[in-house]
Structures are given as structure tokens and as C-alpha cells.
Design a protein around this ligand. Structure first.
Ligand code: PGA
Length: 256
């Protein structure tokens, strides 16, 4: 059984003061949740303050990105060693990083290796564009993203990775994939490829979140799908009542 995992991606929102306020409120609102793993991913400047608030709670902290080298002349970048002081998770290859900051499957692969090397739990994002979706290219495209991200990663290390399937056309648009479609794509483009690379046990052990306009009102429809193990939430993770609503609706749907 894969333990459900819901993470909030705060993107480039919240000053340190605002981030601390949200973390304090989430800590109280989510204190009773034990059936799911939870995490928030603030912007880099707020990582230290938020991780301080959430120390010894049931909410983990993640970075939204990092570089793959441990140190050096890489102005503006943050290394895995720096992330590791403040966080346990790191989002890698988010579609906004790929779209606006030139990330490729090859750089995601370097970052994934660095995360594993330093004991961080990576949340690797994959997903197709609207054009690829409409052209029926989703399964081969996402499958290739998986093969690219996992190149040279051992079976043992692969089992430590979390994936987030986020169709790009559903991110921040209010449009969500149909839960059954997302479930099928995760099965055909992600688990089938993972099985091919690592065998059945590893393919079944890796958690796959859905992401893209997840809200309290649609979380239950996604979490009940057999292949969907949680969510990576953007916009709705910025408000305590929305994120807490997503978590409690997921917990309720799983109990039913
Ligand atoms: P959204 O973002 O929930 O605002 O669509 C999801 C994401 O980008 O991780």
C-alpha cells in the first residue's frame, strides 16, 4: 500500500512573514492528520523560517528547485547541501521550470541524482502540453520524460522518488484532467514504464501525485483512483482553508 501524499507548491508567492503565518495556520489545521504524508514547498527565501515553524510536526518542508552541484561559481543557484539543511523534499522538473527556465529531461536527471545522493526526497514533475494531449501523444511523451528522468538511477534509488503527473494545460487554469483519464495515463505512461525499467514491485511502490487545479471540491474524485496517490497543489495551497479542505476531503474519501 502506498501512503497518500499531498504537497503544496507555493510557487513565487508569500514573503517570509506571510509564509510563516500560513505555516502556523496549517500546523494547527492539519495537526490531526496521520493517514497521509503532508508537505509544503515555500519559496527558497522562506524555507528556513517555515521549516522552523514545522519542525516536529506532521508537515514536511520541500524546496521548489535546486542545482545539482554541491557548491561552486553558480550565481543565483541553491545546492542540495543547502536545501538539505532546511528541507526533506525537493520538487524537480516542474513544468514552469521546463517552460520558463530551460529545464530538460537531462537536467532533471542530474538534479534527481543529486537529490538522491544527498538523501532528499524528490518530487519529479512530468506532464504533457495541450497540443501533445490533443495530438494523442501523451503516453509516449510522458513515458519518455520518465525514462529521461530515471536514466542511470538504480532500482533501489528509484523506489525513493515521488512523481507528480501534472498535465500542463490543467495547471493554474481551472481545467482539470478527468480523474479516469489521469488514472489511465499514470498507468500507461508511468507505471508501465517503471515496470519495464525496474520490475513490478518498484513500479507499484512509487507514489504518483496528480497536479493541476486541484481544489477541495475535486480532490475526492482524484484520490479514489487506484493509480493516484495524492496531489501536488498550487493555487489552492496558498489558503489554509483550501489546503486543509483538500486534505480532509481526501482523508474522508479514502475512509469511505
Ligand atoms: P495549480 O498548480 O494547482 O495552481 O494548478 C499545480 C502545480 O503547478 O503544481
Amino acid at each position: 500500500m502506498r501512503k497518500p501524499f499531498i504537497a503544496g507548491n507555493w510557487k513565487m508567492h508569500k514573503t517570509v512573514v506571510e509564509a510563516v503565518d500560513l505555516a502556523v495556520a496549517l500546523k494547527a489545521a492539519l495537526a490531526d492528520v496521520s493517514t497521509m504524508d503532508l508537505a509544503v514547498c515555500p519559496t527558497a527565501t522562506a524555507l528556513e523560517a517555515v521549516s522552523h515553524v514545522l519542525t516536529n510536526t506532521n508537515i514536511g518542508v520541500g524546496a521548489q528547485n535546486m542545482y545539482w552541484e554541491d557548491s561552486g561559481a553558480f550565481t543565483g543557484e541553491i545546492s542540495p547541501l543547502m536545501v538539505k539543511e532546511l528541507a526533506t523534499y525537493v520538487i524537480l522538473g516542474h513544468s514552469e521550470r521546463r517552460q520558463y527556465f530551460g529545464e530538460t529531461d537531462a537536467t532533471v536527471n542530474l538534479k534527481l541524482k543529486a537529490a538522491i545522493r544527498h538523501g532528499l526526497t524528490p518530487i519529479v514533475c512530468i506532464g504533457e502540453s495541450l497540443a501533445q494531449n490533443e495530438a494523442g501523444e501523451t503516453v509516449p511523451f510522458v513515458g519518455n520524460q520518465i525514462r529521461g528522468a530515471f536514466a542511470g538511477i538504480s532500482q533501489q534509488d528509484a523506489g525513493k522518488v515521488v512523481l507528480a503527473y501534472e498535465p500542463i494545460w490543467a495547471i493554474g487554469t481551472g481545467r482539470t484532467a478527468m480523474p479516469a483519464d489521469a488514472d489511465r495515463i499514470i498507468r500507461e505512461a508511468i507505471r508501465d514504464v517503471l515496470r519495464d525499467l525496474y520490475g513490478e514491485a518498484t513500479a507499484q511502490a512509487i507514489r504518483v501525485q496528480y497536479g493541476g487545479s486541484v481544489k477541495p471540491g475535486n480532490m475526492a474524485d482524484f484520490i479514489v483512483m487506484p493509480e493516484i496517490d495524492g496531489a501536488l497543489v498550487g493555487g489552492a495551497s496558498l489558503k489554509v482553508e483550501d489546503f486543509a479542505g483538500i486534505v480532509s476531503n481526501a482523508a474522508q474519501a479514502l475512509k469511505a
